[in-house]
Design a protein around this ligand. Sequence first.
Ligand code: PMP
Length: 406
Amino acid sequence: APAFDAERIRADFPILDQQVNGHPLVYLDNAATTQKPEAVIQAIVDYYRHDNSNVHRGAHALAERATEKFENARSKVAAFINAAESRQVIWTKGTTEGLNLVAATWGRTNLKPGDRVLVSGMEHHSNIVPWQMVAAEKGATVEAIPVDATGTIDMDAYAAMLDERVKMVSCGHVSNAFGTINPIQDIIRLAHEAGALCMIDGAQGISHWAVDVQALDCDFYVFSAHKLFGPTGLGVLYGKVELLECMPPYQGGGEMIESVSFAGTTYNQLPYKFEAGTPDIAGVIALGAAVDYVNSYDRVAAAAHEQALLAYAEDKARATPGLKLVGTAANKTAVMSFLLEGAHPHDVGMLLDQQGVAVRTGNHCAQPIMDQYGIPGTVRASFSIYNTFADVDRLFEALTKVRQFL
Ligand code: PMP
């Protein structure tokens, strides 16, 4: 098979072709958000130019067209994650809202005093705080599954924590701080054996390989469109039908009702029960275009390309004096988190930006694990399908200058 052609892929992303601070842009902040291919940008433009209308209510051609494209995107996403039915795909504002929705509706209905919710010790804040909020209300506890010095979940400790009071295990598919790929198949199975549900935060997993929610047997899976080459402010909540059916609505308003009266209101069917108000129609259609885009290249070859970039970068990192890799799990996506001796991550990030290299610095919304490691945060370079070996070279040339400067 021909090698994965990152240069050709790169040409699909117009934003990458620009100068930043006098240098060609090297975009290595893909774990924060991925860039958008022309097809996704065009889907947004086309929608507003030709089809803009409200969905599900109009009695006219534009409304029909918008509704058809909107629901067609739902079917595409359902197929993309192998959901059994498209009504299991609920549109949200993003991973954050998906987690909040389940914590607020499932959590508020099912958690009782003394119940336990487990999350890993390296979760994103959005998979910690919503559980803390509902736990405080219900007298439940949120506990961290231990994570070791390499950024790997301690599975023995996890198994030992499980008992009949654990009602929910909510865990990231991939750590955004380090790229650790968690053994979610085992995490889900063990949760179920203990009688708990299992929710997966797929924000960092969805863009790298095919996700099959039925094979995983997860109860909920959430992700954001913007980390999958789609638009910001849109996400997906997948859930098992029997769970979604039993959950109360999240927000009240139009679309989510069946009938409203002052004597009592009844709610719409799935998925509309959870979709109050006019949705991000253009965003949904653009996510459909993003899914088509992802389906248009060889995902296995793309993942291999990302792994090759990571291996190349980590080899260079190990040969760089004063550079310390943070998060060295055996199984990782193409995320390189690191520190430079004697330099604050923010200063490193700023000096890289001056040379046209975009990275993220800080605690990556994962403060508990940074506290555990006794560090303020890291510099994070995260690679995607359009990054090249030349990008890695540029990062390390820039880091050499940073080291000379500091
Ligand atoms: N979880 C993880 C693992 C993430 O990486 C992110 C985004 N940084 C989120 C949740 C939150 O996603 P969003 O801001 O799109 O809701």
